[in-house]
Design a binder for this molecule. Structure first.
Ligand code: WTA
Length: 664
């Protein structure tokens, strides 16, 4: 009976959503507009008329020990500098400033563990912890400019560690907890990290992963790593190497309570964050201090219409991705927000846990990824409907294009048709949100990130000459510097210029996405144009996955493509050629997936593995992925005349079709 009712309810919802599919645009709800920080569209023209002045006004919202001499130094593009000569400290802006203004008792984070454990941290609490940990790091000899790795789950210590680095001028390099220890090692080597902060164990849907033990297995001999600091979170046993390993709580207990802030130059590095590019080697995106904080705090305030006294804000991303850096840690703390931080998964202990937490903490703003919304759509509206979501007033998405159906479901089931949705387009490299609605001003269209944030200039250009296309599809570029832009790739200026500024010159930033612009000037980001795959909003390079696959002893060669996937946006499909005369088998598939999990992380495992006797290559030996995509998605093959051996395609196609027939 209950399931019958549920089925009817789901059916009714389907019909209602189908009815909404025809709505072309959604205007900001009147009630929202009334209370919004920004509701006058004139802000766009104002910022456009004097964009440096606009950013300068945003920078004035921060605390500076010394003001800048120059807003933008553009004398050596693409190496732009912002707020040169200015001195500030990010941790001071995020913590001390609020405490000094009497806001020390405000909750910075309502932290919630997977098993329901709760911990509230006020701004004063955070400041005390951060100062102590900053001193503890100094006691270990960590100084301004040193790189510190952070490999932690979603526990308050990850925020404390990042803020403590910012306080003393150490450069953090956070690695997402879903990456394997091998990936951590690689990132520690690339960035020459002096210390690594990690954890004994992490919660994984009722189980505990022994993180420190796994780290030891691959990190044992890394000489450059002088210290490993271990947070005791779950009580998981681990070995400690004398002279190298220390427990977080022990060094905290021995450290002094007060740690003054280092006065940082506006252009001093804040962090490096590795992200996937077109080659197997991840890129170390470098962000600096003054411009980055200006960009993330302004966008966080205006895109999320933050009213810090009353809002309860929840960014559901992991802190290990740029979304977590900018919109869990730096933007919200700088703006004095009260946030929710959740350690667990969206479906543990039950599929309504997110909505239970929204009700429990009376969340007003949530920010998540389209993949997560699609998962909720699949699980059914009955889960959110068990909880009171009436506290919500604004919804956000990031990470990949959102399909209109998921958008409408979010709008109706979660937002109760009263919450604007901000679909925010940006990247690790941009540091902050670039294309987005301002929720009190811009009408939204499901699937479009709408228009550039004030001060940002974007364009869609044609592939050949880079000429702007007013209406239609082309490559997305940013044609003006912005404060939170990456400054370079860590110790690799050449790759920085080559990747982003070779194609259309030193003043045009090549995004790497294709986009369409419609008659109203709205942007519809389509997806990557390079060999980067977006799985559940996680960026992966095909070359990175290929090199992990060929590490398997049975594999001779591999080619990886991103395939359309209803749940995860894209999924990984691998064409694998085996050594000698071996035959593919389910055991080999498992073995290959395990190798990828070990080398990169579980989230990079190929969903589909196709055995191929040979791969289509050009005369110069380059694998033609375009043809593989055609085959995998069952399309008619494109031009095969540039192939070295066109017969390969025919053979591959018939082989795959017969494999498919066997599977079904
Ligand atoms: C994609 C995540 C469509 C895009 C903040 C971009 C999006 C890449 C959107 C960056 C969006 C991000 N609509 N596509 N709203 N947001 N993307 O570096 O392809 O992990 O280039 O940064 O995600 O991924 P990254």
């Amino acid at each position: 009976m209950a399931t019958e009712q549920m089925k009817t309810a789901e059916h009714e919802l389907e019909m209602e959503l189908a009815g909404l599919l025809d709505v072309e645009r959604f205007d900001p709800p009147a009630e929202f507009k009334q209370g919004a920080l920004l509701s006058d569209p004139a802000i766009y023209e104002e910022a456009e008329a004097d964009w440096k002045g606009w950013w300068e006004r945003q920078a004035r919202e921060l605390h500076w020990f010394k003001e800048w001499d120059q807003v933008l130094d553009d004398s050596n593009p693409p190496f732009y500098k912002w707020f040169t000569g200015g001195k500030l400290n990010i941790s001071y802006n995020c913590l001390d400033r609020h405490v000094e203004a009497g806001r020390g008792d405000r909750i910075a984070f309502h932290w919630r563990g997977e098993e329901g454990d709760e911990r509230d941290l006020t701004y004063a609490d955070l400041l005390a912890e951060v100062q102590r940990f900053a001193n503890a790091m100094k006691d270990l000899g960590i100084r301004k400019g040193d790189v510190v790795g952070i490999y932690l789950p979603m526990i308050p210590e990850v925020v404390i560690a990042m803020q403590a680095c910012a306080r003393i001028g150490a450069v953090h390099n956070v690695v997402f907890g879903g990456f394997s220890p091998e990936s951590v090692r690689e990132r520690m080597v690339f960035s020459d990290a002096k210390a690594l902060i990690t954890v004994d164990g992490a919660a994984r849907k009722g189980k505990t992963a022994a993180v420190k033990q796994a780290v030891d297995e691959v990190m044992g001999d890394l000489a450059s790593l002088e210290h490993i600091i271990v947070v005791r979170s779950k009580g998981t046993p681990c070995e400690m190497k004398p002279g190298r390993d220390v427990f977080y709580d022990e060094i905290m207990a021995a450290a002094a309570a007060e740690c003054p802030c280092e006065e940082m130059d506006a252009e001093d590095p804040l962090y490096v964050l590795y992200t996937s590019g077109s080659t197997a080697k991840p890129k170390g995106v470098l962000h600096t201090t003054g411009g980055y904080l200006t960009g993330v705090s302004a966008t966080h305030r205006y895109v999320f219409d933050l009213h810090p006294e009353t809002d309860v804000y929840w960014c559901m991303a992991d802190v290990g991705w740029v979304t977590g850096h900018s919109y869990i840690v730096y933007g919200p703390l700088c703006n004095g927000a009260t946030s929710i931080m959740y350690e667990g998964a969206p479906d543990y202990p039950h599929k309504g846990i997110w909505w239970e937490l929204v009700e429990h903490y009376k969340a007003t703003i949530i920010y998540t990824a389209p993949t997560a919304i699609r998962a909720c759509v699949k699980w059914g509206a009955e889960h959110p409907r068990k909880f009171d979501l009436s506290s919500l007033r604004l919804l956000g998405t990031v990470g990949e294009p959102i399909n209109p159906k998921a958008w409408l479901w979010y709008h109706k089931v979660i937002g109760g048709e009263r919450c604007p949705i901000v679909d925010t387009w940006w990247q690790t490299e941009t540091g902050a949100i670039m294309i987005t609605p301002l929720p009190g001003i811009v009408s939204t269209k499901p699937g479009s990130a709408t228009r550039p944030f004030p001060g940002i200039k974007a364009e869609v250009v044609d592939e050949r000459e880079g000429k702007p296309i007013a209406e239609g599809q082309g490559l997305l570029v940013l044609t003006r510097p912005w404060p939170s832009m990456l400054r370079t790739l860590f110790r690799d200026d050449e790759r920085f210029v080559e990747t982003y500024f070779r194609r259309f010159g030193k003043e045009t930033y090549l995004v790497g996405d294709a986009s369409r612009r419609d008659k109203d000037g709205y942007y519809w980001v389509i997806g990557r144009i390079d060999d980067v795959v977006n799985v559940s909003g996680h960026r992966l390079s095909t070359a990175e996955v290929e090199s992990a696959i060929v590490a398997h002893e049975a594999v001779a060669e591999a080619a990886v493509i991103g395939q359309h996937d209803e749940d995860t946006g894209q999924s990984i499909c691998a064409f694998v050629t085996l050594q000698g005369t071996q035959e593919g088998s389910p055991e080999l598939e498992d073995g290959i997936r395990a190798t990828v999990a070990e080398r990169i992380g579980k989230f990079a495992r190929p969903k589909r593995i196709l055995w191929a006797d040979d791969l289509p290559k050009t005369r110069s030996g380059k694998i033609m992925r375009r043809l593989l995509r055609d085959i995998a998605e069952g399309r008619a093959l494109g031009d095969v005349t540039t192939l070295r051996d066109p017969a390969v395609m025919a053979a591959l196609e018939s082989q795959i079709r017969s494999e498919e027939a066997n599977e079904s």
